[in-house]
Design a protein around this ligand. Structure first.
Ligand SMILES: [Zn+2]
Length: 343
């Protein structure tokens, strides 16, 4: 289905159009995993007042401090690329959190053929039922880059923490017209056998990435549920300081405009910027099937800071306040979509 593609990395060019996803690094070893996990057990870094999450009452009920606490926990597991002991701990953590929130949880265990071998992967989907057949699908990936020492506070911790908080709010609701599914996806990163951050920053092979989203899209296509999806909102790399979310030109225009308008109304046009980028990510398999999909991401900013796909992707790079802002906007956008697709 996919052909081999290698994208040139244009990070050095400000405002350059990027066609890139979140690539991968070298095969991790058990030794480096446990060393990083020990390191990650240290107390989380102090949060500057400007980066602190406001009280949930100021962000539409979305609790940025709680979302950030989930990120701290995810990072404490150390590097968790697919099919490692660490990712099995992460999966168990996500499943138990969701069940604790009262969510109905569907687990899809599958195997992926990757250059490093056959990998066991797992998608975890919290399903909040609706009164009609429509589905609003929220997504994040939770696997981390296959690079020794990489803990992925921003990629993929921040969006996973955000979606856990989202689930804790939405799983309490029961009267929505459309169902809301929140998918925690495995295997987004490139599963080639790379050894350095530099390799992981320059290579994106469509056949070796987005395993979880391709699995979910294919399954929903087979089951007939795909046609019921009204919109897909993917979050990826949304918690960094100086967050400038990009207008992804791959994403469905009306959906991007709806979410950006919500952000504008809430006073966050400084975070939801008009800077454009072209991103290949977990929304792609849905776009390819004609499903409206949006990637909420700041890839270029993190690349320019020099942290993307490096072992410097750590908690001190995050702003709980920005996680709260994106959480509030996505939560409000789900409300808008419920109104838009009432009939
Ligand atoms: Zn990545």
């Amino acid at each position: 289905m996919c052909r081999y593609r290698r994208f040139l990395w244009a990070a050095a060019l400000p405002l350059a159009l990027l066609v890139i996803g979140c690539g991968a690094g070298g095969r991790n070893s058990g030794a480096s995993t446990s060393a990083a996990a020990v390191e990650a057990d240290a107390a989380p870094p102090p949060i500057a007042p400007a980066d602190a999450a406001p009280p949930a009452t100021q962000t539409g009920g979305f609790d940025g401090a709680k979302a950030y606490s989930y990120v701290v926990k995810l990072v404490s597991f150390g590097p968790h690329p697919p099919d490692t002991p660490a990712i099995r701990e992460v999966q168990s953590y996500i499943r138990s959190q969701l069940k604790g929130f009262g969510c109905h949880v569907d687990v899809d265990d599958f195997h992926a053929q990757a250059p490093v071998g056959t990998l066991a992967m797992e998608n975890i989907v919290a399903k909040i039922p609706g009164t009609g057949p429509g589905i609003i699908l929220l997504m994040t990936h939770y696997d981390t880059l296959r690079l020794p020492g990489f803990v992925g506070a921003e990629d993929s911790g921040s969006s996973t923490g955000l979606m856990l908080e989202m689930a804790s709010l939405l799983c309490k609701e029961s009267k929505n017209r459309n169902a809301v599914w929140i998918a925690f996806l495995d295997g987004e990163e490139d599963q080639a056998d790379f050894q350095t951050a530099a390799q992981a920053q320059t290579t994106w092979n469509n056949d070796d990435t987005t395993f979880g989203s391709r699995e979910l899209a294919a399954r929903m296509d087979l089951s007939g549920e795909l046609k019921n999806i009204k919109a897909v909102i993917l979050a990826d790399m949304i918690g960094q300081k100086d967050l400038q979310l990009e207008e992804d030109t791959n994403s469905t225009p009306w959906l991007r405009e709806l979410v950006w308008k919500v952000a504008d109304r809430l006073g966050y046009s400084n975070v939801f910027s008009t800077r454009q980028n072209t991103v290949t990510d977990d929304h792609q398999p849905f776009l390819e099937r004609g499903v409206p999909a949006l990637d909420v991401i700041d890839l270029n900013g993190y690349i320019q800071e020099g942290y993307w796909h490096t072992t410097e992707d750590t908690l001190d790079k995050l702003s709980p306040r920005n996680i709260a802002i994106v959480g509030q906007v996505i939560l409000a956008s789900v409300g808008e979509l419920q109104g838009k697709f009432r009939r």
